[in-house]
Design a protein around this ligand. Structure first.
Ligand SMILES: Nc1ncnc2c1ncn2[C@@H]1O[C@H](COP(=O)(O)OP(=O)(O)OP(=O)(O)O)[C@@H](O)[C@H]1O
Length: 723
């Protein structure tokens, strides 16, 4: 803009016949010199490509871009070929999830049964030492699990993990399965024996793990959600018929057939009920037919009937020979009665391990009798509660827990973990390979196809979102259209600059904000799926980026068409305008994805967003001169999408335009579009140059987003051997 500003300061319209020598004032000389150095107005056709040539270059750039993307996908897909063991394996629904064919069964790499023993599980939280209000000091380390936990979960049996709120039930279950989210403040010790084999520290057990809160893609149906995971798990190993049979069987086993074609939903989108959602979580986890099923509070937030159905389904799995471990909260007597074994935890200490039906007698033997009106589960929970029982003082309550803790350690010593000490020594060295960390079973190409299908279906089905965004585009374009009428007088040049600048700012704002709102939430689901090695980050990311194309094109088509015709923009430049709008939105979305991928949450991402937008606006090429920009920030104009968007729209719009010069006395005059572009320093710019810059920014942002997704991927705390 400095050149443009200077031109405004020239006291008269520069006369082409004036020579520099004739201008006396040195400042004027300078301005006139600038003006003389301005574009060779009449020669612009020799310096610029014709309209057709430009179209051809744009087309080449676009084709080059698409070809590069396809080559990249092809290369990545060909890096891993699926091991096709057997094409049409039949699924035998009469045998539950067993599959006929030995080769195929071994390909599933799952356990036949799971006998899981644990010993000395200890989880320590290291925190800053704090002073309490009474002046006492809170210790710097806190034992979330104190190392007394010892027990065994066996095939065909259900083990309940019970205790008061905050006792450490969930962290214990996660520790056992190797799924405590990595945190420098946490250190974990203990031994886990799976089928009598000591598990390596970083082992994620091959278990079905049902979390308390599970997020699914809300617009996929129940059947599609299960089918997606089945296809990811088995890939080409299963024929279509077998796959359908497996999905049908899983839905049938978990009582989900009625809801099979209903969308899953979430807090915003109405879908299946909470109980059905819990059962769906179990269904997707049961796909690999693991011997071990771990559920973290599968009945939470369910009414008693829905809770009973979930537990009944888990009981059926146990009856098929699975080992089921459930963290359970305040169970009804009917639900409590379904469990075979019980592990009681209070304040991170083991309080009891043994048969469920012997727990009451055990507590009574310890001197803690039940009230007449309390049920078994209620009585047991009351006995291990840190809160004083009726007639007890706080000191008595503390003593009660101490007594029960000591008795439990004594009781646990007699527990048969099925591990002979000599066996343990011999197996501990040889089982260092991590049997739990199995990679995705399908090729990158299969993962990409499935993920692209899911992403596209999810996007296209969000009809309410599509409708709102379309209305938004129509309204914005109509407002511009109602205000701007672009003619061919000199004032229309500034109007064009204004309109195109607003279009660039609005496009960037909308694309980044929309992406930042949606992507971090989706990232949570994808990260969890990637962490358990359902698929790799690359195919997810490429599928996500590609699935955005059609809708971005649609929104920009709607917006561009109204804007273009309502304001009377340059005739003959429509399709290039739509293409440039789409590219601008894609680049903005890519930058939104990069920010979203590295941000821990949507709130953080949205907090960063205004700063990014302001920087893009300041460095749009016209709001600050390069000379006065702090040198550390000079690079920002190179990545300001608003700058590139604005430039591309201007270069397209002004091409071939002619303006009336009758109001020349009001300031500098541009008779052609090229002269107008020269006024804002775009004399030497070209559409292909701007397109190249936006494509590079898009690719860099995608790479950053991919890196962000990979680097922020979920990791788990390793369980060091018990000391
Ligand atoms: N990553 C962590 N960092 C710090 N503290 C943690 C972490 N995970 C768990 N805790 C703490 O460990 C304790 C036990 O948590 P946990 O979730 O296992 O309780 P719970 O027995 O499942 O309780 P509830 O029934 O209420 O869910 C809590 O005090 C919790 O704050």
């Amino acid at each position: 803009w400095p050149r443009w500003k200077n031109l405004h300061l020239v006291p008269m319209a520069p006369d082409r016949n004036t020579t520099l020598e004739e201008v006396s004032d040195p400042m004027e000389q300078c301005f006139v010199e600038l003006e003389f150095r301005a574009p060779e107005f009449n020669d612009h056709k020799t310096n610029h490509r014709t309209f057709e040539e430009n179209e051809a270059v744009n087309l080449k750039v676009a084709l080059g871009f698409i070809a590069t993307a396809l080559i990249a996908i092809g290369v990545s897909a060909s890096t891993v070929k699926p091991k096709r063991l057997q094409k049409n394996v039949q699924f035998d629904s009469t045998k539950g999830t067993d599959v006929i064919d030995d080769g195929f069964d071994s390909a599933r790499r799952t356990m036949e049964s799971a006998d899981l023993a644990f010993d000395g599980v200890k989880l320590t939280l290291t925190q800053k030492a704090k002073k309490n209000k009474d002046g006492s000091e809170q210790p710097a380390t806190r034992l979330l699990l104190d190392g007394s936990l010892r027990g065994r979960a066996r095939p065909g049996r259900m083990l309940a993990v019970m205790g008061p709120s905050g006792a450490g039930k969930s962290v214990f279950l996660h520790a056992l399965a190797g799924r405590i989210k990595a945190d420098k403040k946490l250190s974990l010790r203990g031994d886990r024996f799976l089928n009598l084999t000591l598990q390596p520290p970083s082992s994620i057990l091959p278990a079905a793990f049902v979390e308390q809160e599970v997020n699914f893609f809300p617009r996929m149906t129940v059947r599609e959600t299960v089918d997606f995971r089945v296809a990811l798990h088995f890939g080409d190993l299963l024929g279509k018929a077998s796959r359908d049979a497996l999905v049908q069987d899983l839905l049938c086993q978990l009582g989900l057939l009625v809801a099979a074609d209903t969308i899953v939903g979430d807090a915003k989108v109405r879908g299946i009920s909470s109980g059905e959602r819990k059962r769906l979580s179990i269904a997707v986890e049961m796909i690999s037919s693991p011997g071990l099923v771990c559920c973290d509070e599968p009945t939470s937030s369910l009414d008693s009937a829905a809770a009973a159905v979930v537990i009944e389904k888990l009981r059926q799995l146990a009856d098929q020979g699975k080992t089921v471990i459930c963290v359970i909260h305040q169970p009804s007597s009917a639900i409590f009665g379904q469990f075979d074994d019980l592990l009681l935890i209070s304040e991170g200490k083991q309080m009891y391990f043994g048969r469920t039906n012997k727990a009451k007698a055990y507590m009574e033997a310890q001197g803690y009798t039940a009230n007449e009106d309390s049920g078994t589960a209620e009585h047991i929970l009351e006995c291990i509660s840190p809160l004083p029982r009726q007639g007890e003082s706080a000191e008595d309550a503390k003593q009660r827990l101490k007594n029960l803790g000591e008795a439990a350690v004594y009781q646990a010593e007699d527990l048969d973990l099925g591990i002979d000490h000599t066996d343990f020594m011999s197996t501990s060295n040889c089982s260092t390979k991590d049997c739990g960390t199995i990679g995705p079973r399908t090729s990158l190409w299969t993962q990409f196809c499935l993920l692209l299908h899911r992403a596209s279906a999810e996007t296209v089905r969000g009809k309410d979102v599509i409708f709102i965004k379309t209305v938004q585009q129509v309204v914005v374009a109509s407002i511009y259209g109602g205000i701007y009428t672009l003619g061919d007088n000199q004032a229309s040049i500034l109007d064009r600059f204004g309109l195109l600048s607003l279009t660039a700012i609005g496009g960037t704002n909308m694309a980044i904000a929309t992406t930042l709102r949606a992507f971090p939430k989706e990232k949570t689901i994808a990260s969890a799926e990637i962490a358990i090695k359902q698929y790799r980050a690359l195919p997810y990311f490429v599928a996500k980026a590609i699935s955005e194309f059609p809708l971005v094109f649609f929104y920009n088509g709607v917006m561009g068409a109204i804007l273009y015709f309502a304001t009377g923009m340059n005739p003959g430049r429509f399709w290039t305008f739509i293409g440039l709008l789409t590219l601008h939105s894609l680049a903005s979305e890519a930058s939104g994805m990069a920010v979203g991928a590295v941000s821990p949450s949507s709130d953080v991402a949205l907090a960063i967003f205004p700063a990014i937008l302001i920087l893009f606006v300041i460095f749009d090429g016209r709001n600050i001169s390069t000379e006065n920009t702090p040198w550390v920030l000079r690079w920002v104009s190179k990545i300001s999408l608003i700058r590139w968007g604005f430039e591309s729209f201007c270069l397209n719009e002004f091409q071939g335009l002619h303006f009336e010069a009758s109001d020349a006395s009001n300031g500098p005059v541009a008779r052609t579009g090229e002269e107008a572009l020269a006024m804002i320093g775009l004399k030497d710019s070209s559409i292909e140059g701007v397109v190249r810059a936006e494509v590079i920014i898009t690719i860099v942002c995608w790479c950053l987003a991919y890196l962000g997704l990979t680097l922020t991927k979920q990791r788990f705390v390793v369980m060091e051997p018990k000391t």
